[in-house]
Design a protein around this ligand. Structure first.
Ligand SMILES: [Cu+2]
Length: 152
C-alpha cells in the first residue's frame, strides 16, 4: 500500500471531522427556539436587527412604548397590527426562508412612520452543513480506502 495515499486519506478524514464538529459546536450554543422582546417606539424598533438560523422557531414579543404600533415582516407575511402600550403581543413562526427581511411598522403612528423599520436576518443552517461535510468526508474516505485496497 502506498503510504502517501494512506496519509492523504487520514488528512481528509481529520479535516472533515474537525470541520464538521466545530461547525456543529459553533451553533449548538444557540437553541432551536429564539425568543426576542422588541420595543416599538416613535420611530424605530429595539433591537433593530434580529438574527436567527434557518429552521429556528422564532418567538417575538412586541411591546409598544409610546403609541399604537404594528409589526410586519416582509416576505414572511407575518403581521401584527394595533399593538397598544401596556398590551404586548407575541408572534411565532419557523424561519424557513434564508436572507434579510425588512420589518416595518404596520400601524400609522406619526410623521416618520414609514421610516420605522428593522431587519430579520436568517442565516444558513451550519448544523446541516456540518453534518453534510462529515458524511461526505466519510464516504470519500471509504471509497479511497477501497480503491487503495484494490490496487494492492
Ligand atoms: Cu409605528
Amino acid at each position: 500500500m502506498n503510504k502517501h495515499y494512506a496519509l492523504l486519506i487520514l488528512i481528509i478524514i481529520g479535516i472533515t471531522v474537525v470541520t464538521g464538529i466545530s461547525l456543529v459546536e459553533a451553533q449548538q450554543q444557540d437553541n432551536y427556539v429564539k425568543h426576542f422582546t422588541v420595543k416599538a417606539f416613535r420611530f424605530g424598533f429595539d433591537p433593530e436587527r434580529l438574527v436567527v438560523n434557518q429552521g429556528d422557531i422564532v418567538i417575538i414579543t412586541i411591546e409598544a412604548i409610546d403609541a399604537v404600533h404594528g409589526f410586519y415582516i416582509e416576505d414572511y407575511e407575518i403581521r401584527q397590527d394595533l399593538i397598544t402600550p401596556g398590551s404586548p403581543e407575541t408572534i411565532s413562526f419557523v424561519a424557513d426562508k434564508r436572507g434579510m427581511f425588512r420589518i416595518h411598522c404596520s400601524t400609522i403612528c406619526g410623521s416618520l412612520h414609514p421610516f420605522m423599520t428593522a431587519h430579520l436576518e436568517v442565516q444558513p443552517n451550519l448544523r446541516f452543513i456540518g453534518s453534510i461535510l462529515g458524511i461526505t468526508g466519510l464516504i470519500v474516505s471509504f471509497i479511497a480506502y477501497a480503491w487503495m485496497r484494490r490496487e494492492d
